[in-house]
Structures are given as C-alpha cells and as structure tokens.
Design a protein around this ligand. Structure first.
Ligand SMILES: [Fe+2]
Ligand SMILES: [Fe+2]
Length: 506
C-alpha cells in the first residue's frame, strides 16, 4: 500500500510485522507530508530499498524472516544511504545501544506517542539535509579547486592527471580510468588508469564493452550500475574479481564524444550513488573544455613549430652540405637523452632545440660558408654569430623560449673556450652540452665543402680525445654507448645502413 503526498516529499519506509502499527505510522507520517511505504519484515524492506531511494527507515526489532538488527547490518553492508530508526517493545537500553552501534540514528520505545515519532523523523531528516548541504558544499569547493587547477595548465597530460586524480579521490573508487578517442584510429584508448596508492587491484586491465557504454551515452542514459548489471559493461572474463559498481560519464566537445571517465568499485557492498555520478558528470564537462583548450593550444604550437622547422629545413635544403643535418642532430640528441634517463618532456624539448639549433644561420650568406678553403677570420666571426641570431629569432616566441638556452650555447666548450659567452663545465646548460656532442659528431661524419666525411670510428676517437676539454665527458660516454647500440640495431634491421648519409656542416 502506498501513501503519498507530493513528489518533493521525503520518503519514509515503515517496517513492522504488525499491520496496525504500519497503518498508524503511515497515516500520521503521510499527513505530515511524507511519502510512506510499508514493509512487513526486513527482507521485504531490503527489496524495497534496492528498488527505490528512501530518506528514512523506521523498523521494528523483532520480525519474522529478518529482524531490525539484521536489517541494519544489511543496510550498512550494502552502503544504502538511508537513516534508520529502531522501534523496540522491550524497552531495554541495551537493545537500543546495540542498534545505535549498528548505525541506527535513533530509537523509539513502544508503545510510542505519534508526536514523538514525528519529532524524531523531523529531527533525523533535518540532520540528513544538513549533511547533504555539507557534501554539496564540499563538492562545490572541490569543483572550484579543480577548475582553478585546470585553468592553470595547458598541458594535456597534466589535465588528464588532474581529472583522474580528482575522480578517484571524490568517488572513493577502487580504480579510475580515462579513455580518449585516438585521432589517428578513431578508437577509444585508455590514457590513464589510477588506483589508490598501494591498493592497485591485482587482476588485469578492465576490457570495457564500449558498444554498450556508447549506446547509453547516445541515448542520454546514465551509466550507474551495480552487481550483474555492472558486469555487462565488461567484455573480459572477470569472474574472479567481478566489479560491484560502475559509473561511466562521457567527455564531449561540441556534442562529439571524445572520451570517457570511468570509476569502478570492486569492494563488496560499496556502491556508487547518483550524487557521485552527477559530480563526475560535472568533472567530465570541465575536463572536456580544458582538453579542448589544450588541444587548440597544442595545434597552434605545433603549426608555429612546423613553420619554424620548415624554415630551418628549407634553409638546409638549399645547401647540399647541410641537408638533413638538423634531423640527424635530433636523432643523436634523442639517443643521449634516453641514455641519460631524462624524462619525456625534457627529451621533447631537446629534440625541438636540435631541429632548430642552427636557425640563426638564416641571417648568414651561404656562399661565405660553403667554400672549399677554410674560412677567413672575418667569415669565421660572421659564422660565430649564428647562436646569437638564433636566440633573437626565437626569443619573441613564448612557447619556444625554453629552447633558447640550448640554441644560444650549443657552441660553448666544456673548458670555457667556446662561444658566445665562454661558459665552462656545468655553467653550460645540459641541453646545450648534449647538442654540442650530437652536432659535432654529425659535422664530422658528414661531407664538407673542404673535406670528405670522417668514419664513425675516427669521429668517436675524436669525441673521446676532446671529452673534458670541448665536451662534457659524461655525455660523450653516454653517446658512445647509445650510438653503439643504435648502430647495431640498425645493422640488424637493415644490413645496408651502417652510416648516416653524407652531408657537412655544424
Ligand atoms: Fe651551430
Ligand atoms: Fe649544427
């Protein structure tokens, strides 16, 4: 039997095996404006609680099938978000205390006065409202903090980390994953997967049933499921570790689905709630616009970079002696950065610097540099200006500013006899010390206007001889090891390639 007042009302479940008690409580609470359902025992109550959300349960202690204490335990085990009030006819404080220990909000002694019950219900719901407001305030605050963090970065990798960490923390999930659609293949790929520290589930990566999820997204159906209904979102055989609860929310840019944010619970009885799904939806919305911005910025950066690299390559292409020089220097610089164990962003930075290291030669007449004889003093002085010219070309471009030191100092020498500033040892930026080795090796192993390319062995002997004077000895050592490995790999892959194509010019 259903008693209802209006839709905005709080929902109360009355559980008692005595029909008369169910009816009295239902009538009075309905008159107070609550939506009231009734159940005859704990089992019936649980079935009802699984079907619909309730704010409060008033339950008798002694009932057939399942009593009040057992019902309390089940509510707790299944993480059902509902307040419970126990009715006891025994009137013993011990029973009431036991009920409170099991998570009851309050207790009512039978026989009760109806006003007393109404008062307890009102007080309980008010407490619940305040708790909810607190949670909402906390959520609002964390969304604000998140927006603030996202606004401070344009790095896609950093944005993804912020989103996944926030989702994991706020949902108390066992695992969080973020998938993005790869531009090249159009397939959704896992970009980030996180679990709370030290609690990484031992089993394999979740294989999501993307068809099912995407169908929900397209039909605007929320993906928040538990138990068997959650497992159908997976295609792998995860019988050993069935997922208990899942939320999946889409990442959209201009109505197009670009990714998905998922949280999983593997802990029995820990189910996600609708509030958490809404919170993740907001998170996904913020994330989508941050990703959109970052991608626009990256495209802008990329096209700027391509323009400048295009300049550098066009400049080399005009001159048969320097053709391909920058690309080879980049390749060698990569070998060194990997050998040194530098991180990916640093490797990218040094690679970009390598591609542009001689950009300053744009301002120097080629004829003067490509003659069969050695350069005159004036010509050499002109040549020595190219690091400074490079600095002046790139400095106005903010996103390339961090590669300027490498370009400006790539002709410094470890003993302080280089140019333009004559820095020595570790005063020379690491990027520039790396470029110096890569650049000189390529210059030696390429043809020049006034001499033929030297062999790899002679170039390596020369690097060794100048380690500690011209070059950072640590970098020379790493380069020789990595170059050796690379050459062996290349030789194994294609026996024909043993030396880079011949070209001149540092
Ligand atoms: Fe140079
Ligand atoms: Fe060079």
């Amino acid at each position: 039997m259903e008693y209802s007042f209006h839709d905005e009302s709080h929902r109360v479940l009355v559980v008692d095996d005595e029909k008369v008690i169910r009816e009295i409580l239902s009538d009075f609470l309905t008159m107070e404006g609550y939506i009231v359902h009734a159940a005859e025992d704990g089992q019936q109550a649980l079935a009802e609680l699984e079907q619909r959300a309730y704010n409060l349960v008033i339950t008798d202690l002694k009932m057939p099938k399942m009593g009040g204490l057992e019902l309390l335990e089940e509510i707790d085990r299944r993480s059902l978000n509902v307040l419970t009030v126990i009715m006891t006819g025994f009137g013993t404080v011990e029973t009431a205390i036991e009920a409170m220990k099991k998570g009851a909000y309050d207790y009512i002694l039978k026989p009760f006065k109806v006003e007393e019950v109404i008062h307890i219900v009102q007080r309980g719901l008010e407490k619940q409202r305040l708790q909810m407001e607190n949670i909402q305030l906390k959520e609002a605050l964390s969304i604000y903090t998140l927006s603030d963090k996202l606004n401070r970065t344009l790095s896609l990798e950093h944005i993804l980390e912020i989103i996944v960490d926030t989702a994991l923390r706020e949902s108390h999930a066992d695992v969080t994953t973020l998938l993005l659609r790869a531009e090249r293949t159009g397939q959704f790929e896992v970009r980030l997967r996180r679990a709370p520290e030290g609690k990484e589930p031992a089993h394999k990566l979740e294989a999501l049933n993307l068809v099912e999820i995407l169908e929900h997204y397209r039909e605007d159906r929320p993906v928040l499921y538990h138990g068997n209904r959650a497992t159908r979102f997976f295609t792998d055989d995860s019988a050993d570790h069935p997922v208990c609860s899942i939320i999946s929310v889409p990442l959209k840019i201009r109505l197009e689905i670009i990714g998905m944010l998922n949280v999983y619970s593997y802990t029995r009885g820990r189910k996600f709630a609708e509030g958490q799904r809404k919170m993740l939806s907001i998170l996904a919305d913020r994330a989508s616009s941050a990703i959109d911005n970052a991608q626009l910025f990256q495209n802008l950066q990329r096209s700027f970079q391509q323009t400048i690299q295009g300049f550098a390559r066009a400049m080399e292409a005009k001159d048969p002696y320097t053709h391909g020089h920058s690309d080879r220097v980049m390749q060698y610089a990569r070998l060194i950065t990997r050998g040194l164990g530098l991180d990916k962003p640093l490797e990218e930075k040094i690679s970009t610097a390598a591609l542009m290291h001689d950009i300053g030669k744009i301002g120097i007449p080629l004829d003067a540099l490509n003659k069969p004889q050695k350069l005159t003093r004036e010509e050499y002085e002109l040549f020595k200006e190219h690091p400074d010219k490079g600095r002046r070309i790139l400095e106005p471009l903010e996103f390339l500013r961090d590669i300027v030191p490498a370009i400006y100092h790539h002709h410094e020498q470890f003993d302080g006899t280089g140019y333009p500033l004559g820095l020595r040892g570790e005063e020379i930026p690491l990027d520039a010390r790396i470029l110096a080795v890569a650049d000189t090796y390529d210059a030696m192993t390429s043809d020049r206007a006034y001499r033929k390319a030297l062999s790899h062995e002679i170039a390596v002997a020369e690097l060794r001889r100048c380690a500690g004077t011209q070059f950072d000895p640590r970098i020379v050592a790493v380069f020789i090891i990595e170059m050796d490995k690379w050459r062996k790999q290349k030789a194994a892959a294609a026996a024909a390639i043993t030396t880079p194509p011949a070209c001149p010019g540092a």
